[in-house]
Design a protein around this ligand. Sequence first.
Ligand code: S6P
Ligand code: ZN
Length: 169
Amino acid sequence: MAMEPFAIGLTPADYEKHGALVTRRTLSQLQALYTDREAVERQLAEGDPVVYEVYELPHPNDETDLLVNITVLYPGKVGEEPFMTKGHFHAEPDTAEAVIGLSGSGEMLIQRRNGELRRLVVAEGKISYAGGGWSHRVINTGDVPLVFFAVSGANIVHDYDTAARLNFK
Ligand code: S6P
Ligand code: ZN
């Protein structure tokens, strides 16, 4: 069943009012992303911070719909590495995704399956476009939350494993 038409504000609070599903990812769940194991252990000994939150509008949707998520990626570092999203490919058919910065600043690391890596700015008022075949991970290089809107086809299947193997290096 397709999503009902809507017009709402482009903020996490408006999404929540509209019944968004909120997924919170904490450092303990994401620790494998970071290379500095000692820094991970030090930070986890003090608590388990929320690294990012994804606001996803309620289903049902079908494959002709769009996914229109907002992500809040908090500022922080683990060792020298900034807080980051897990990053993923879209499993075949590997379709595109566009990210629009709402506040804060950072980068979208994009990588092809052959290892080719590029970096795109993510910042308020900018659109960053990853075409099909590019995995995408967002990093927060600033000291305030990086809030961004991401749109892709609702038919995507997230492939986290291939992106984890390449790891945007
Ligand atoms: C979905 C879109 C975003 C991410 C979110 C978290 O296709 O790219 O909503 O899901 O930014 O990233 P990740 O890599 O943990 O799904
Ligand atoms: Zn995606």
